[in-house]
Ligand binder design. Sequence first.
Ligand code: SIN
Length: 305
Amino acid sequence: MESNLLGISFAGLSLENPTILASGILGYTAESLKRVAKGGAGAVVTKSIGASPRAGYPNPTVVQAEAGLLNAMGLPNPGIDVYSEEIKYAKTVLRVPLFVSVFGYSADEYASVASKAVEAGADAVELNVSCPHVKQTGAEIGQSPKFLSEVVEKTKAAVNKPLIVKLSPNVADITVLAQAAIEAGADALTAVNTLKAMAIDTETMMPILSNVKGGLSGPAIKPVALRCVFDIAEQFEVPIIGCGGITDWRDAVEFFLAGASAVEIGTAVADDDEVFRTICRGIETYLRKKHYGSVKEIVGLAHRK
Ligand code: SIN
C-alpha cells in the first residue's frame, strides 16, 4: 500500500491532506461544504457566524480585480442559534473536520458564539479578528494586541476544541499580533485574511462597492501572505495555516516552505471545485520528486541559514 504523504496532524486534529476551504465565498450551507469536501479538501471552514442575524451590505458586494477578487459582503449570516442546526446537519454529511468561523462585537460575544458552535459539533473554531471593513469587529479587534488578547483568552476558556486565530495583513508588524494571540492561548494561526482595498468606476466616477472599501483576495495578495507566514514562523513555533492567493500546488509548496503546516484556499474555489484534489496531486508529485516522505518534512525549510 502507498503511504499517505499528505496526511497531517494539525492542532490535535487529523487531516487527510493539508488543503482547507477558506472562510468566505462558499461554505455557508452544509451542502456547499459537502461539495467542497468532495473536491478533495482536507477540512472546511464555514463563512463567519455572529451572535445574531446580519443582512450584510447591499450590492455590489464583489468586484473582479486584475489578479484577484475584491469583496465587501458585510458578514451576512443567520446568527449562531439558527446556524447551529446547519452545523449539526453538516456533521452528518461531512467526512472531514468542520471549522466554524466566528465573529463578535466583544470578547464575551466571540466566546459565546464559539461555545455554541462547538456545542453544535464544530471540530475547531477559527476566530475572524481580521475582516477589514465591518465596524467594531474583525480587524478593528485584531489590529489591537489588547483587544485581541481579551477575545482569544475568553474564547479559549469557553471552548474545548482547537482555537485558530485568523490574522489581518493590514498591520505594521503581524508578529506583534501573532504573539498576542499565542500568549492568550491560540492553538494555531491562519495568516492571512484579505488586504483592505477598493475599486472606482471611471464612468460613474464613484467607488464600485456599496461599502466603498472591501478586502482583496486571490493571486494579487500571495506574496504579502507568504511574507506574513514567513515572519510568524521565524519567531514562533505555532502551527500556521497559510492563506492568500493559493491557486496551484506550487503556491501551496511555497507556503509550506515559509512555515505553514496547512493552506486555506478560497478565491480559486470559485472557478474550480476540484482545485483541492489538483493541488494535492501536485504536492504529492513534488514530494516524491524531491524524495520527501511527508509534507511535514518541508515545513519551514526556507528558513535554513
Ligand atoms: C465579508 O463577509 O464581507 C467578508 C468577511 C471577511 O473578510 O472576513
